[in-house]
Write a protein that binds this ligand. Sequence first.
Ligand code: NAP
Length: 317
Amino acid sequence: MRFVVIGGSGHVGTYLVPYLVEAGHEVINLSRSQRQPYRPHGAWKSVRQVVADREAEDAAGTFGRRVSELKPDVVVDMICFTLDSARQLTEALTGQVQHFLHCGTIWVHGPSLEVPVTEQQPRRPFGEYGIQKAAIEVYLLDQARRHAFPATLLHPGHIVGPGWEPLNPSGNFNPHVFEKLAHGEELALPNLGMETVHHVHADDVAQSFMKALANRSTAIGESFHVVSPAALSLRGYAEAVAGWFGQPANLTYLPWEVFRTTVSKEDAEATWDHIAHSPNASIAKAQRLLDYHPRYSSLQSVYESVQWLIDNKVIRV
Ligand SMILES: NC(=O)c1ccc[n+]([C@@H]2O[C@H](COP(=O)([O-])OP(=O)(O)OC[C@H]3O[C@@H](n4cnc5c(N)ncnc54)[C@H](OP(=O)(O)O)[C@@H]3O)[C@@H](O)[C@H]2O)c1
């Protein structure tokens, strides 16, 4: 089949595009061509690159037609962030594609009620990103169920893998938090360190897309959490990382209002976003309907990322 992957050279596409090529599909990657995949792979030689700026073409109202003119059998949309953008593309592809896979986020959920949170629980998103993604979910599921648009939504957690900074035990992206833990230095965590983060390896996210394709009949008209088997508390995460370096974690705990003054504005904003969500998502539905079985636990995924930070001298341990 002919696949158009919109935004296929990023975290997930790095793994997904080679899987699609290996499965015998013709793959077109549509992106601005500003970046390369995180890992080289021979499969990219057979991928056709179409250069386009989705934001600019969405604003001009031409993006949907651009994708439809590529005559895809399947579209994978990695970079849709507004309801308008989703609507434009869906209208252009209705009746044109066999399957449409949208990359969502577990941020469609706001504060949890029961954990692990299932896909069935009511959405209470907050923040523009989560609100838009939840609106896209409502729209695509409605299009699928009412108008037979073949949409599936896959909702990853914090995507990690070698090549970029993972979400750290302070709930932000400052890589030096790992350095502190490696050196046995004191690290402050917000509150009691019991708020949670839920990672997923980019390779497992790619796996979920392949499984959704293979289980099309149960995937269409559904959304699925795509995370590791279990979330981590910040405290447990910090202790495990320190243990990788043979250190006891030297942790202190600060009430949020104090913690935020001890880190940069950027780190404080990221930490707040993560602890306010404190995700803990269930993968039972994806296991049952898609046969999704993540290869990596949260800690195993982060381990690879931290190894990459060390190998590339982003951190010194
Ligand atoms: N990162 C996370 O932890 C996380 C967590 C949950 C959900 N998600 C979801 O994952 C999706 C992103 O997937 P990803 O992390 O694999 O992507 P990514 O690493 O951010 O890569 C983005 C891809 O899109 C292309 N791109 C960016 N802006 C573009 C534009 N204006 N026009 C055309 N192409 C553009 C990039 O290539 P060029 O720069 O060359 O154009 C690249 O191929 C989003 O839907 C996000 O909501 C991410």
